[in-house]
Design a protein. Sequence first.
Length: 270
Amino acid sequence: MPDFWIIGPIAWDLALYVDHLPGSGHFVQAGESAERPGGTGANVATALSRAGARVHMVGYVGSDAAGQRMTTTLTAAGVDVEHVQVLQGRTSSVVLLIEPDGERTIVGIHPDLLHDVTIPATAVAPGDIVYFAAWRDVFTPAAQAMAAAGALVTGVPPGTVPAMRYVIGSRNDFAVIPEGTVAIVTDGANGVTVHSEDGTHHFPALPTNAMDVTGAGDAFAAGLLWEIGREKSLVEGVQLGLAWAAATVQVKSSVPADIPSWASGHKPLA
């Protein structure tokens, strides 16, 4: 199993469970609230580490209590945080408004500083898997250097640089389907569509009772990457990703659910 390098946001989330989203100028009372770890990069890194992978997190936290909590949380999950930088200021934070069907609306609070993160492009080894959980154009040289070093580089749109083997994102993330790469498009309960040189193939989502869809896309990406790391087929990767996503939406959490059977390669126990 190769090492995984996850580059992306690390955040502290405030989840508010509401009956409905308020209209402009209206009030809504949260029935439940929770502060919890989150961030797309941290979510993917945690899921892979829990499955048994060696994971290196690349990102930043602020010089505040939330940053210390996130570093401690990642370390406890087995994630290497050597390349998590502490930047002066506040840790990234979002407010999640979660409706009864599990759908969520996200409001960012603090300015994003991910573009200031130094990516350790020379630290990767041939065969390592790199995943850009968020993309900034300043990452292009690092992505190209990692690919040149023999790493398999993947990421989210619009990171369609030639170095990327797979581009993974939601339907709303893709302005166009990029050519020359494998585009894996998620669409919530509608499932996943894969565009490649072999054509276009659709995979339905697994039926589930969604409580909170936060982190579902991250769980899908982690499952897909896990199977790629095990040298399984893309179809097997998509299928496991869908299973991990289905398990994740059944719990109230930003970080994907901790399910013991994840590493088995089969559908997790819900």
